[in-house]
Write a protein that binds this ligand. Structure first.
Ligand SMILES: C[S@@+](CC[C@H](N)C(=O)[O-])C[C@H]1O[C@@H](n2cnc3c(N)ncnc32)[C@H](O)[C@@H]1O
Length: 345
């Protein structure tokens, strides 16, 4: 697959076996159904009927473990299909829940990390994504009376894992890697362990998709992660694709993508809405935004601050590595059955 064309595949698939070869994917960006968060009970219960009995009887720990065991098979598949040196990035939140009058927190992120470690992933520093909420849990517990009110969960985790081994680059890949550089100021902001600038709000590109029960993350999450952890032409997988946010981000950023989800109806409505609503103009808004933000950054600094000039776009840049940075735009998007073909330039 060359730099000028990318492909985006959609498939109904379950969590425990991916129809992909070993080491065939460069990056995984995903957000699974969250164990112990009520909206996902039904899905977990389909696979393990006794979970519903556990929940009714107030056996939270048992239900939590069974839900996590189901996801463990997905994590093992992620490990298998990832190339050596490839990254898997998992967005997850912890859950708070009252069962039979007993309130507790279920720590998904720490249970996930235990699992990733067992499978063989290297665990890297993670990002706390702060997303202020007006959720009613703010007032849970004893209200203003001490001592029994509960702290509100206002963050989620972006867990960063790597499959050990060194990624090697051939000559073509070396060029693509250089062109995929991010701006110096983006690097400083994005590689921080706390993200506070991304709200849960939907963006233009996501408005149309069927989102009621999707638990979709904002486009900025997969977009930023794809730019940080892959390069043009790479293959990005989201095994819990939902409304296709990761795939839209891959289209925008010139990566190939693969989407799986178990929900047949969600897949066909996602594919249909993408077919109807994705235009190059809309998709390129994000690229234009990066360009404009860089130009404003340049305007805010003295000329001497920048030592180099970018070869393609001619704007000043801070580091030698940004000289070959190239912002590609979507030129055309063609829909096929379960597949989009996109040209970039
Ligand atoms: C948290 S949502 C992901 C949302 C997605 N990131 C987006 O932006 O739309 C989890 C998704 O996993 C899907 N799912 C649940 N169980 C699954 C399974 N066993 N295999 C594959 N997908 C599953 C659900 O249908 C849902 O779309």
């Amino acid at each position: 697959m060359g730099l000028n064309t990318t492909h985006h595949f959609y498939e109904v698939n379950s969590f425990d076996s991916f129809p992909l070869k070993d080491q065939s994917v460069n990056l995984i960006v995903t957000s699974p159904p969250y164990p112990m968060v009520e909206m996902w009970d039904e899905i977990f219960t389909t696979y393990h009927k006794s979970i519903s009995t556990n929940l009714k009887k107030g056996e939270g720990d048992k239900a939590f473990e069974k839900m996590n065991k189901l996801l463990d098979s997905t994590w093992a598949e992620c490990f298998r299909v990832l190339t050596n040196g490839g990254f898997a990035i998992i967005n997850i939140g912890n859950a708070t829940r009252s069962l039979v009058g007993h309130f507790e927190m279920y720590s998904n992120h720490s249970r996930f990390i235990q699992s990733f470690k067992k499978i063989g992933f290297d665990i890297l520093p993670y990002i706390i994504w702060r997303k202020p909420t007006n959720s009613p849990t703010k007032f849970m517990g004893s209200g203003v009376l001490p001592a029994g009110a509960y702290v509100t969960l206002e963050h989620e985790y972006i867990l960063i894992l790597r499959k050990r081994g060194k990624r090697l680059f051939n000559e073509d890949e070396k060029v693509r890697r250089r062109e995929s550089a991010i701006f110096w100021e983006e690097r400083n902001k994005w590689f921080s362990d706390q993200w506070e600038d991304i709200r849960g709000a939907r963006q233009n590109l996501q408005q149309t998709a069927a989102r009621k029960r999707s638990g979709a993350f904002p486009l900025q999450i997969p977009l930023r992660l794809i730019l940080m952890y892959s390069m043009y032409g790479d293959i990005v997988l989201d095994p819990f694709g939902g409304t296709g946010t990761t795939n839209i981000a891959a289209i925008i950023s010139g990566r190939n993508s693969i989407y799986f989800d178990t929900d047949k109806d969600l897949i066909s409505s996602t594919h249909q809405t993408m077919k109807e609503s994705l235009t190059p103009e809309l998709l390129n808004e994000e690229v234009n935004k990066r360009m404009t933000q860089h130009i404003s950054f340049c305007d805010s600094k003295e000329e001497l601050f920048f030592k180099y000039r970018n070869e393609y776009h001619h704007f000043p840049v801070k580091t030698n590595q940004e000289k070959h940075l190239r912002l590609l735009k979507v030129q055309q998007i063609k829909a096929f059955k379960n597949h989009f073909k996109v040209s970039h330039g």
